[in-house]
Design a protein. Structure first.
Length: 252
């Protein structure tokens, strides 16, 4: 049985998370179809408790307490906390930015980012969500999930062009994903951010299903120059993290 007041709190958080510029009480009320008086009291309480912050224009944004909770939630995910030492070692080996992401509600959620001192600017940050079809990490999930799950996810995804290189044809994407299965890793060739080339690999759990994905990302020219070495280290790292997650590959 759901509690209406708790549901309203969650809807407020979810709504404001989609509007980083902030929302007024009236905008929250209108967008959620809630009475303005009760919305005012609800938002005011969350603000007083530090779960929302308010700017000079009376717009509410997510507050500092949520950062603490989000950080604690990510740290409680064993696969991310236990995998971090391996990801740090990978970053030091390849000298590029390293990521780990999970699948959540049909989207990619970044849980780890380890920068290198020559990292390039990217919109990907821990806690951020990205589409599956145009990122190396997302395509890793699409490739290594069972095919019925892949199709189910793709049914609800509109393949919009993010850059000039984004794959927007479902058949081409599926062919792309099938080739990644054979290779053991996925590629994002400037499909999400121009100039950024990404190599990504799956992390499997005890039951043999994909639990997470890890990647190395950097400027395309630099990544291609060292691609073979990066792939080798990426696959070894994914195997190491899969092992601590309980995965045992069947030897043939």
């Amino acid at each position: 049985m759901s509690v209406k007041s708790a549901e309203r709190v969650l809807r407020v958080f979810e709504l404001i998370a989609q509007h980083p510029e902030g929302l007024t009480v009236k905008e929250v009320s209108d967008l959620l179809s809630l009475p303005q008086s009760s919305t005012f009291n609800l938002v005011g309480t969350l603000h007083n408790e530090g779960y929302l912050s308010q700017d000079s224009l009376k717009r509410y944004k997510l507050g500092p307490k949520l950062i603490q909770i989000g950080t604690a939630a990510m740290e409680s995910l064993d696969i991310s906390s236990e995998g971090k030492p391996y990801l740090k070692e990978l970053m030091e080996d390849v000298q590029e930015t390293v990521f780990m992401a999970l699948l959540s509600d049909g989207e990619l959620v970044y849980v780890v980012k380890i920068d290198n001192n020559r990292s390039i600017r990217t919109t990907a940050q821990p806690g951020n969500r990205k589409p599956l079809y145009c990122t190396g990490l997302g395509k890793t999930f699409l490739a290594f999930l069972p095919k019925d799950q892949r199709e189910q996810l793709l049914e609800h995804i509109e393949l919009l062009p993010i850059t000039d290189y984004t794959i927007t044809d479902k058949k081409v994407l599926n062919d792309n994903l099938d080739s990644f299965i054979q290779m053991g890793y996925a590629i994002d060739d400037e499909e999400n951010e121009e100039g950024l080339f990404c190599l990504a690999a799956p992390v499997f759990g005890a039951k043999g299903s994909i639990q997470a994905a890890i990647s190395v990302a950097g400027p395309k020219e630099r990544m291609l120059k060292h691609k073979d070495f990066i792939v080798e280290r990426l696959l070894q790292t994914s195997a190491n993290i899969s092992f601590i997650a309980g995965y045992e590959e069947v030897k043939r």
